[in-house]
Design a protein around this ligand. Structure first.
Ligand code: AP5
Ligand code: MG
Length: 229
């Protein structure tokens, strides 16, 4: 893969990998803030499309509510479009993409020549994932995960807190199966790369954030020294 980075010498492209509930969204949001990189969450993009009733949203609704994956062609087109926007030119944080080997191969083509791809795999035991998703509330207006101290309303926009439609226990079990079958193979796809880091996500959020930061610093340093990631 090409490592030349055009007019963005420090560009870092991050992929947050991991099962449902691993903390991809939580950590991607923090990274986006601290590293000033756009957070591109395919789950959020799809949920917004469902809410807005667009063609993509109408096509995706049932599949998402069943815990299955949307087709590769649609997802690849959505991400390609998003990465073509100016704010992603010098790096981005992807949350929830790629989720299949076909998507990962497409992403490799998309980022060729745009700087290294740093893959952070969040590892959390299944019983913890199930517990997290069973208790999660999100804002019905802005989609944010509720923080523990938001008891009544969203702390960002005041919206009503609700259960995410795919967080029912049966759907969570299906999502975990889908992860094992279709997304876990990406650990092998990326595992041999120098830029792949496995992160223990079963620790308090700030501890996980410190590990994510350290992995990115190491990637930055390697990239600056010209090490092929
Ligand atoms: P998506 O929205 O990506 O859902 P997901 O992968 O199932 O993951 P979650 O968003 O549930 O969990 P997360 O890892 O982001 O964890 P979070 O930080 O929220 O996808 C939804 C659907 O869209 C898919 O099922 C599919 O249908 C479709 N889709 C999306 N992308 C697709 C693609 N590329 N291809 C095909 N289809 C696609 O944390 C979870 C909870 O845990 C929160 O309550 C949080 O506060 C808490 N938490 C986080 N970190 C910690 C911690 N360290 N300790 C304790 N609690 C924590
Ligand atoms: Mg998420």
């Amino acid at each position: 893969m090409g490592q030349h980075q055009g007019d963005c010498p420090g560009a870092i492209n991050v992929v947050m990998l991991g099962p449902p509930g691993a903390g991809k969204g939580t950590q991607a949001e923090r990274l986006s803030r601290t590293r000033k990189l756009p957070k591109i969450s395919t789950g959020d993009i799809l949920r917004e499309a469902v809410q807005a009733g667009t063609d993509v949203g109408r096509a995706a609704k049932e599949t998402m509510e069943a815990g299955n994956l949307i087709g590769d062609d649609i997802m690849i087109a959505i991400v390609q479009d998003r990465l073509d926007r100016a704010d992603a030119r010098c790096g981005f944080v992807l949350d929830g993409f790629p989720r299949t080997v076909v998507q990962a191969m497409a992403l490799d083509r998309m980022v060729d020549g745009r700087g290294p791809l740093v893959v952070l795999d969040m590892v959390v035991p299944e019983d913890v994932l199930v517990r997290r998703l069973a208790t999660r509330r999100i804002c019905s207006t802005c989609g944010s995960n509720a923080a523990p101290d938001w008891t009544r309303a969203c702390g960002k926009c005041g919206g009503r807190l609700v259960t995410r439609v795919d967080d029912g226990i049966d759907i969570v079990r299906e999502r975990l199966k889908v992860y094992q079958r279709q997304t876990k193979p990406l650990v092998e796809y990326y595992g041999a790369r120098r830029s792949f880091t496995s992160i223990d996500g079963n620790r308090p959020p700030d501890v996980v954030t410190a590990a994510v930061d350290a992995a990115l610093d190491a990637a930055h340093e390697g990239s600056a020294r010209g090490v092929t990631l």
